[in-house]
Design a protein around this ligand. Structure first.
Ligand SMILES: Nc1nc2c(ncn2[C@@H]2O[C@H](COP(=O)(O)OP(=O)(O)OP(=O)(O)O)[C@@H](O)[C@H]2O)c(=O)[nH]1
Ligand SMILES: [Mg+2]
Length: 330
């Protein structure tokens, strides 16, 4: 039995009905206002206008190839300065992801992680990966480990860098198999970290050459994992920062929001130089994606910029995961 956050901060107990409800929501045509995820973290959730971002793309209002507008005046990497005054503090809070139970008055005691909108408590110190081991590859959701340890699932388009980021986090080169050819990971891989939590590598979506039946298998297989895993703390949705916002990634974010699956957006390949970035500057791609994401979410979900090549954002992401685990297990 896990405790769950209720709409007014109350605690619900998970039951079979709770697990079934997410599967029924689409047919009910409306979404409960509270989270059924097995954690005490209140995450930003998708608002009623769930498909606005992708509609904007498909109606041609925002072309994926068009240079996106800047979402905020605030520079992404120069965030400390914004905490120096009251008004500036409020600006910094806008779109920030602050740990639950923290009031705005406590904000100055928190650290904002570089290249992200995430604030963490000063106690996020013991976050490093000391031990990592491959546990199993599952072809069915029912075969996944059932020991109840907290899990973070990596999801994103094929080739976005899911396996590479896992290798960067555990600091082992060939830990998770990577490939230039999309579609390398086809099963649910569980990696046990510090004997106490899991990183879960999932098959990528959106690979153009994949036949329709394999694509629909992705849908039932991976979406089934999101909805049925009682130990899922958060999905890490990986988004390639070297290309302009893609409708398929926004669709995925919408789907996760609609189904009350907590989400952190992890931008990958943030090492790419201007020459190799499609659509102009990397930061413009990031801001463009966030601007579209905001159309679907009442509050901005946590997001962070990373690179598996330079390891930028690696320690920051680990600190974020540490904070989430702390609240999950409380
Ligand atoms: N420049 C750069 N390249 C990266 C980065 N991360 C991954 N790549 C490259 O992107 C390609 C795909 O990486 P993978 O980690 O295999 O991608 P994946 O998302 O696991 O792919 P699937 O398993 O097919 O879904 C490889 O050629 C990587 O070297 C990064 O941070 N920077
Ligand atoms: Mg992979």
């Amino acid at each position: 039995m896990h405790r769950l956050a209720g709409p007014s901060g109350g605690v619900l107990q998970i039951s079979k009905l709770d697990k079934l409800l997410p599967l029924l929501w689409p047919s009910l045509g409306r979404y409960p206002s509270h989270s059924f995820r097995p954690c005490l973290i209140t995450f930003p959730q998708c608002n009623a206008n769930i498909t606005s971002s992708t509609k904007a793309i498909s109606k041609g209002k925002v072309s994926p190839l068009q240079k996106p507008d800047i979402i905020t005046e605030e520079p992404i990497t120069d965030l400390k300065k914004s905490l120096s005054g009251d008004k500036a503090q409020l600006n910094a809070l806008k779109d920030a992801f602050v740990p639950p139970t923290v009031s705005p008055a406590d904000l100055p005691s928190l650290r904002r992680l570089q290249g992200s909108n995430i604030f963490v408590a000063p106690n996020a110190v013991d976050y490093r990966v000391k031990q990592s081991a491959f546990v199993q590859a599952s072809t069915r959701v029912s075969d996944c480990p059932k020991d109840g340890l907290p899990e973070f699932a990596f999801v994103g388009r094929s080739n976005v860098g899911k396996s590479s980021l896992i290798n960067a986090l555990v600091q082992k080169k060939e830990f998770a198999e990577t490939s230039k050819k999309p579609g390398k990971t086809q099963v649910i891989n569980h990696y046990l970290i510090n004997k106490s939590w899991y990183l879960v590598d999932l098959p990528g979506y959106g690979f153009a050459n994949v036949p329709t039946d394999i694509r629909s298998t992705w849908n039932t297989f991976t979406k089934g994992y999101f909805l049925r895993s009682d130990s899922l703390v958060c999905v890490l949705l990986l988004v390639d920062a070297s290309i302009p916002p893609q409708a398929i990634d926004l669709d995925c974010a919408d789907w996760l929001g609609r189904n009350r699956v907590p989400l952190t957006v992890v931008f990958t390949k943030c090492d790419k130089t201007r020459k190799k970035v499609d659509g102009g500057k990397l930061e413009d791609n990031v801001r463009g994606f966030l601007r579209l994401l905001k159309k679907s979410y009442d509050q901005m979900p946590p997001w962070i910029m990373t690179s598996a090549v330079t390891n930028n954002g690696r320690d920051e992401l680990l600190q974020h995961l540490y904070t989430l685990r702390t609240y999950w297990s409380e």
